[in-house]
Design a protein around this ligand. Sequence first.
Ligand code: NAD
Length: 458
Amino acid sequence: MTMNNYSDLLEQQRTFYLAGHTKPVEFRKKQLQLLKQLLKDHEQEIIDAVYSDFKKPAFETFGTEIGLIINEINFAISNLDSWIKPQHVPGSLVNFPSRNYILKEPYGVALIISPWNYPVQLSLLPLVGAIAAGNTAIIKPSELTGATSDVLQKLIGEYFKQEYISVITGGVETSKALLALDVNYIFFTGSTKVGKIIMKTAAERLIPVTLELGGKSPCIVDETANLEISAKRIAWGKFVNAGQTCVAPDYLLIQESIREDFSHHLKKAIQELYGETPAKSPDFTRIINRTHFDRIASLIDPEKVIYGGETDAETNFISPTVLDNVSWDDDVMQDEIFGPLLPILTYTSLEDAVEQIRRAPRPLALYLFTANEGHERYILENVTFGGGAINDTIAQLGNHHLSFGGVGNSGFGSYHGKASFDCFSHQKSIMKKNFLLDIPLRYAPYDGKIKWLKTIFR
Ligand code: NAD
């Protein structure tokens, strides 16, 4: 498609939206149902496409992509009637008598730009919110997962009219061209670096944005935690999708006194997941491409490897790797790793742990493994992060009652469940009066009236 075609597409979607087609609640529910049907009818095709992009196992594609979206659709369909209702709020004395309410209005045309690491989920989960809230949508999936993006384009094209929902494939230039359009909302998931470009571009036309970005998410383990279970849950959350997960634990902060014990359990847990030879495990994903392979491989300091460390450039394979004795000066601690390397750092006191975390930009997630509620309270009160879990990793995303989003460098705005509906809805506040009573207090001449104002605003 050329720029002219993009403008045409935008015009078609705007016309479709302005004609009111997307607004009736029954229409929205029907479209959500259709999206679910698409996923059910083409489950295998989607799983195969994701596998061909980076060997992601079917179990993970179903569990972390298709299943999550179906779950979200079901939740939206059952709750849409209540979400969509005008929200009545109390009146105020200055406006007596009046009725006051907030309408949930769609923005109009939404642009959804997604990354490659969960290529289906991160394109279609925001779409559920966009549909539920009554918008039309243009989706730009990642160029790095070409097979998946093609399948998404084909299937969305078969199930939906392009004036309602359309997938545009392409790389950075395509993304830039779409950003030049006067859409009404931009929902971006990707890196902090590109997030800044998106916000800058959107700022020129004051288009509202949600930025779902990344960062270095800490994982703290203290001496009161059950080390065996903690190690299993951490190994799973870190190495699922080969560590290419925005909310994966990026690095470990282990209380110094349990470092040896914990390392032992961690190695055992990884071995149980992927066996002696992870390259042969059907359950371990590959790195998305050679550039990322080179970037991640260069972060492995052989002197610090206490587990794994194997790489194969031919197949973009990097084994689950644990690095010990890591410090904040090491290369691996400079940026989000986004790969299967787990550095171990230690702390002596919780204050020390908090201080270490605060030195870095605010992370998307934080995980704490502890049996001590005082420790839990201390961390939650003293560290700002997007969201997280106590005594687990990543699994918090399985609950659509929990909104999901970052803070500071890890982004802003949130979605999932009702938060997705709210994210794609403008809150239109209305105050309604009748003609029966017209209190003259506000009208000039003001002489002698200020005392009345002062009794109201005391
Ligand atoms: P990316 O920022 O490189 O790309 C994301 C999207 O932006 C792609 O569709 C790409 O085509 C487009 N893009 C790239 N450069 C652009 C530019 N200059 N102008 C306009 N558009 C551009 O991210 P990625 O490598 O695909 O994904 C990995 C990153 O995403 C990680 O940092 C990860 O933490 C983050 N992430 C965040 C979440 C979340 O929900 N918060 C989820 C997944 C990934």
